[in-house]
Design a protein around this ligand. Structure first.
Ligand code: DX5
Ligand code: ZN
Length: 215
């Protein structure tokens, strides 16, 4: 199954509500929200107030991707704001296991994100605890970058870890996802696909999402 999560980072912020409406009408399954602190990544984007505003506007699942240092400081804020899925980078939190439990204590799905240079083995001791894994297929911080082909090997390695753990959890991929790279990720074992520019740079959002879904 191919589920698409449009990344709102590529949306027109002045018209965020209608951008959300347009991708939902076009078949988006989940909305992906990128949070950046200017430290963990060299860019600043979207705080928990954006998540609360979206929560009031839509009943779609909100997938919040925290690209911030020591994300545990803001877990409660984003959960209260209405996140349904919340992911933190392994590289950004010292006590990853504790941070995962903290997210789950808010009844929110907990995800762990791996930067391109981070090995799949970082998940070894948390794989039984996480609700999904996000494999970055570009270096985080900006939309519109090129897919890093080597990440296909990592997706496969994460898939093997998940199979060995015996639970069925999503592998999400994020960065440079388009109609060409999506099928490669899918074959490698990814099940949830974030796409920013491949959707929001197109006038016809339905065509863009259908193309990604292979319809
Ligand atoms: C990158 C973000 C992505 C980004 C994807 O740091 O995490 O979600 O918006 O954008 P595209 O699909 O354009 O690579
Ligand atoms: Zn993202």
């Amino acid at each position: 199954m191919v589920r698409i999560a449009p990344s709102l980072l590529a949306a027109d912020f002045l018209n965020l509500a209608s951008e959300v409406d347009s991708v939902e009408k076009a078949g988006a399954d989940i909305l992906h929200i990128d949070v950046m602190d200017g430290l963990f990544v060299p860019n600043i984007a979207m705080g928990s107030n954006v998540v609360s505003a979206l929560r009031e506007h839509t009943s779609s699942e909100l997938d919040v991707h925290l690209m911030i240092e020591n994300p545990e400081r803001y877990v409660a804020d984003f959960c209260k704001a209405g996140a349904d899925m919340l992911s933190v980078h392994v590289e950004a939190t010292t006590h990853l296991h504790r941070t995962i439990q903290l997210i789950k204590s808010h009844q929110v799905k907990a995800g762990v994100v791996l930067n391109p240079a981070t090995p799949a083995s970082m998940l070894n001791y948390v794989i039984d605890d996480v609700d999904f894994v996000l494999v970055m297929t570009v270096n985080p911080g900006f939309g519109g970058q090129s897919f890093i082909l080597k990440m296909l090997d990592k997706i496969k390695a994460v898939r093997r870890l998940i199979e060995a753990s015996g639970r069925e959890i999503d592998i999400e991929v994020d960065g440079g996802i388009n109609a060409k790279t999506l099928p490669l990720c899918r074959e490698a074992g990814a099940t949830l696909f974030v796409a920013g520019s491949a959707i929001f740079n197109e006038q016809d959002r339905e065509l863009a999402i259908n193309r990604l879904k292979g319809i």
